[in-house]
Write a protein that binds this ligand. Structure first.
Ligand SMILES: [Zn+2]
Length: 156
């Protein structure tokens, strides 16, 4: 895929932060939280809270002026690559502003909530992410203001 001008990216930087970051307009913030019940998004953005969101979710307000994403790592910590896969998946949800329809794209964009171990990045996934990389999605950073316990995630 040929990208032009300011939308062209040569690389992606992934950074772990434990304090509210100052985000660039194209940055995506994904909260890593232990599990769905301890998620930060909750019903924010007016989205229905679904019990079957086992590995992550992305949501945004109706005006599309604020976006949020989180990945539930408790069931993924024995396979760290799966955390990266779900972060990638939620980032694409935010970048494309597609909900379940994104899953039709397959690969890591597919419905990987169940059977995630068999999901891999496809050439089309790479082209899709490249096409949306430059999209500006103001991210909700309010998760850092919530009174929550921070630090290493403890497993049961
Ligand atoms: Zn999804």
């Amino acid at each position: 895929m040929q990208l032009s001008g300011k939308d062209k990216f040569d690389s992606v930087r992934v950074k772990m932060v434990d304090q509210k970051p100052t985000l660039q307009s194209t940055d995506i913030l994904v909260y890593l939280v232990p599990s769905h019940p301890s998620g930060l998004l909750g019903t924010r953005f007016g989205r229905e809270e679904k019990a079957d969101n086992q590995y992550g979710r992305a949501a945004w307000n109706a005006a599309e002026t604020e976006f949020g994403a989180e990945v539930y790592v408790r069931h993924l910590t024995d396979q760290p690559w799966d955390i990266a896969k779900f972060v990638w998946h939620e980032v694409l949800h935010v970048k494309t502003k597609e909900e379940n329809e994104m899953h039709k794209r397959g690969g890591l964009a597919g419905d990987i909530e169940f059977g995630y171990q068999g999901s891999w990045l496809t050439d089309q996934n790479i082209k899709d992410m490249a096409a949306y990389m430059g999209k500006k999605r103001p991210m909700w950073t309010g998760g850092f203001d919530l009174k929550i316990k921070t630090g290493p995630i403890t497993l049961d």
